[in-house]
Design a binder for this molecule. Structure first.
Ligand code: CTP
Ligand code: MN
Ligand code: MN
Ligand code: MN
Length: 376
């Protein structure tokens, strides 16, 4: 019987930013199970156990072979006792009783449904669960619930938003965003980030970074863009967050901190080229059910000053796990603080400038990892 070469297990770093993780996952059976466990702990607000399973999932996504025996994971980092137990069950039984228990759990099932609504997080889910609510249908039917503007949009476009965004749809939206931005700022740089930049063929939203090379900044750009979409009837929802960035302020040390860029969470109306209402031209027009020829799509727009663009790009490209480990690596291994705005060297007491992602990896003493290798 073959041993896993020690050159694979021995050198594996506990930090996903020191590993190359493509979308080619040999251990989906395990990583799906871990992600369900992590989500259940997230719903219980147990961050430590949640992270334990997410880190293990990242590690198994990296392994260049399918795990079939306990020996395969010997000497690897990020495998705690709970994780080991789930792996053992899946190897022996083909499935995990713990994961099955979670999938059948009333609270997990309700939270899973509730949090699938745009604008609904764990706190709101908790409240609704305590009120005895269990399904999205029940939420929709309950006219007494006090909903935020975001949640109202979440229910209104629920079916479209839970169905994933395809690469083709992302490309179509990219054209719209680039065209609109360039009418106001012809030199502006628009870059798709998030999962699509990592090469994913599907996503739950589309993320864009916008920056204007040179000194000129335009605080009004985002407002102009959404105003135009509003006029064109393309804007289904929009929430603009103004920039709260303070110069000279140290980067946030929180591992999951929001950044301070001006940004906008939107829902756009994307017309589907396949659906054509005009072909349903019957003589009895009143009988004709209207065909919906568009899809609601979640789009995030982030505006960054040009000097911070590389840091913003690194942060918004993700994956979330990869970003978390970059920040953890920076502070634990380099005495530096990294966030979406910059990198601060605590020993030298200076901010390190970077014009590209490659330079940021170099500042951290890390080998460069391409975006499609950041699918941790
Ligand atoms: N991100 C961030 N600050 C935020 C929101 C997101 O830095 N306020 C980062 C996340 O950490 C993530 C990336 O931006 O790495 C994209 O976020 P998101 O759209 O949630 O995830 P994706 O990886 O794009 O996956 P999905 O297909 O689910 O959208
Ligand atoms: Mn995304
Ligand atoms: Mn996401
Ligand atoms: Mn997003």
């Amino acid at each position: 019987e073959s041993e896993v070469p020690s050159c694979i297990t021995r050198k594996v770093s506990q930090y996903s930013c020191q590993r190359k993780t493509t979308l080619n996952n040999y251990n989906k059976k395990f990583t799906d199970a871990f992600e369900i466990m992590a989500e259940n702990y997230e719903f219980k607000e147990n961050e430590i156990f949640c992270l334990e399973f997410l880190r293990a999932a990242s590690l198994l996504k990296y392994l260049p072979f399918p795990v079939t025996r306990m020996k395969d994971i010997q000497g690897l980092p990020c495998i705690g006792d709970q994780v080991r137990d789930v792996i053992e069950e899946i190897i022996e039984e083909g499935e995990s009783s713990r994961v099955k228990e979670v999938l059948n759990d009333e609270r997990y099932k309700a939270f899973k449904q509730f949090t699938s609504v745009f604008g609904v997080g764990v706190k709101t889910s908790e409240k609704w669960y305590r009120m005895g609510l269990r399904t999205v249908e029940e939420l929709k039917a309950d006219k007494t619930l006090k909903l935020s503007k975001m949640q109202k949009a979440g229910f209104l476009y629920y079916e479209d938003l839970v169905s994933c965004v395809s690469k083709a749809e992302a490309d179509a939206v990219t054209l719209i965003v680039k065209n609109t931005v360039s009418t106001f700022l012809p030199d502006a740089l628009v870059t798709i980030t998030g999962g699509f930049r990592r090469g994913k063929k599907m996503g739950h939203d589309i993320d864009f970074l916008i920056t204007n090379p040179g000194p000129r900044e335009d605080d009004e750009l985002l407002h102009k863009v959404v105003d135009l979409w509003k006029k064109q009837g393309l804007l289904l929802y929009c929430d603009i967050i103004e920039s709260t960035f303070v110069e000279e302020q140290l980067p946030s040390r929180k591992v999951d901190a929001m950044d301070n860029f001006q940004k906008c969470f939107t829902i756009l109306k994307l017309y589907q080229p396949g659906v054509d209402n005009s072909s349903y031209n019957t003589s009895k027009k009143s009988d004709m059910a209207e065909i919906k020829d568009w899809k609601a799509i979640r789009v995030d727009l982030v505006i960054t000053p040009f000097e911070q663009y590389a840091y913003a790009l690194l942060g918004w490209t993700g994956s979330r796990e990869f970003g978390r480990d970059l920040r953890r690596y920076a502070s634990h291994e380099r005495k530096m603080i990294l966030d979406n705005h910059g990198l601060y060297d605590r020993r030298k007491r200076i901010f390190l400038k970077a014009g590209s992602e490659e330079e940021i990896f170099a500042h951290l003493g890390l080998d460069y990892v391409e975006p499609w290798e950041r699918n941790a």
